[in-house]
Design a binder for this molecule. Sequence first.
Ligand code: FAD
Ligand code: NAP
Length: 335
Amino acid sequence: MNHFFNHSIQAYNTFGVSVKANEFVIVSSLNELKEVLLFNKNEQTLFLGGGSNMLFTQNFDGLIIKNEIKGKYIQIEDENNIEIKFYSGENWHETVMFSVEKGYSGIENLSLIPGTVGAAPMQNIGAYGVELESVFVELEALNLKTLELETFNHNQCEFGYRESVFKRKLKNQYFIFSVTLKLSKHFIPKMSYGDIQNVLHDKGIIEPKIKDVSDAVIQIRQSKLPDPKVLGNSGSFFKNPTISSDLFNQLKSNYPEIKGFTNEYGVKIPAAWLIENTGWKGKRIGNTGSHAKQALVLVNYGGATGSEVKALAYQIIESVQKKFNITLEPEVNIY
Ligand code: FAD
Ligand code: NAP
């Protein structure tokens, strides 16, 4: 177990903002974690996976626990499916690559998402028409009051669009220790997102295999998204808002090019379009800005503080609110 005081966490958040934690511990087993929690005197404790969905706006006055608890175990297997329990410190993309190599399908559309397995249920990660919940069986979480493990099934996680019970009413009450996924041995490609079809078409692939879809997703993401190692960012800063069909129809009559995707709550519209149409796409303010290729991604050009990024985010929220009467909600966790 590595234990530090007054420790820089710049290397541990993909925005690359320079802040310190009063106390910082790296744990690689459940016992280590329990020991740390038992002797923890800090008022605030924060769990850190890959730090790819966070924005620190100040030094963290408490304990940060970096999760390195790794391992994977087959739970059930038959000729159709396999259920695997992954410990939460496993890297998400490596988990996807493992399943692609083995021929287990279900998460190939979620290739190249940074971070850990344990953070994946937090916001029910999603991309290219697939969300974690579609393969989710259950998770084990450590109750921070009792230090006992509890099991949460799909219903108990209350998954939503980039949401779960752990982001809402059980916030800061549990550490996610393991996640069990059910993957299929029979591959049915999910290609409702046009970009995937276009890439496969360009490669002349008519009957894609799991790896073809994963490769296509990786190719698209690498062409659009800034690599956090080069340009600090936390992916999409805002959620895509769902608006009423009345408001959507109104918008559509003024802006015929706007895209909308009907769901059970209304019509989901791309936040990137709203940001672009308020003039923020590619705009730089000081050391931060909205990315030129993907307006939804706010970036750190180097030396930006978290407060600078947050100030930009709130300027964008205000512009969108004024012009479209729609309130953008941050997806990134702000501390
Ligand atoms: P962290 O940022 O370390 O933590 C996120 C939150 O979860 C924090 O509140 C943290 O305290 C909490 N947490 C972390 N681990 C645990 C645990 N074990 N127990 C309890 N709480 C915990 N997200 C998507 O949904 N889809 C995408 O396509 C996508 N693309 C991205 C692309 C880029 C370039 C980047 C930088 C980010 C992207 N993201 C995407 C966001 C992010 O990668 C995911 O949300 C990811 O799941 C975060 O994992 P992490 O381990 O880095 O979490
Ligand atoms: P895109 O393909 O340009 O599409 C723009 C938006 O429209 C997306 O955000 C997506 O919503 C929605 N959309 C597109 N086709 C859709 C369909 N067939 N059905 C329903 N909704 C559709 O998006 P992008 O920015 O390049 O991102 C591609 C995928 O990667 C998206 O799923 C996105 O969520 C994911 N991604 C997420 C992050 C993150 O940090 N959260 C970062 C990068 C990429 P959804 O976002 O709801 O899918």
